[in-house]
Ligand binder design. Sequence first.
Ligand SMILES: [Zn+2]
Length: 264
Amino acid sequence: MDVTIDKKLKDLWKLQQIDSRLDNLRAVLGELPMEVADLEDDIAGLQTRVSHITTEIGELNQEISNKRIAIKDFERLIEKYDDQLNNIKNSREYDAINKEKEIAGLEIMSAEKRMREYGKQIELKEETLTNTQNALDSRNKDLEFKKAELTEIEKENAEEIDKIMLERNTADGKIDPRLHRAYHRIRGNVRNGIAVASIMRGSCGGCFSKIPPQRHSDIRAHYRIIDCESCGRILVDQAITGIAAVDEEKVEKTTRRKMRLTTK
Ligand SMILES: [Zn+2]
């Protein structure tokens, strides 16, 4: 065992652990603002809907009062025809006025029919309006809650991130420049941000490929830094990670879940 290599591996693993914690905190922070933005979109859509329906109801009410005015006009016309019929000169004139009176009566009936139709349309629209308004109220409550949650988590996370960043600076300073470059290059290339992977049940903890037995014992020997042949991640064994074999499965599950999340 090379003491220098042993120390280098431990320092790298430490930095990886810190960076993974930071990655997780930032991932949590990344999802909530999206949820808030989705809710805000929903609310804007519902508000537009409410305002459209309200306008439509207003227009229908306007139509109804127009019809009411028209009916009044026809009623006045009918009164006028009745007066004329009382002072009629001949039967031709009588027929003509009666015809006009009949037309006015039909106009009134048709206007009343339209008013009933508009009334029914208004009822339906008011029902939709109530439902939309209820949905809007409930989304607004959700938003209020989510925003409060976001502010709280942002505050907590910011404090936590500041604390971890101090730890990170110390851990980062211990890595030699060549390894430092390699570490960041690998981290930039992989999806789950894991540049230093632990061996899990004989496989790479980053990509889960099997590690050949000879390579496995080389890794355990700590005499040089060895990467995974499949993914290029730096591999470390249990002596470095301190993860007991029984915990490996748990770690593997978490890593696999994280990979699925980040691949989406
Ligand atoms: Zn690998």
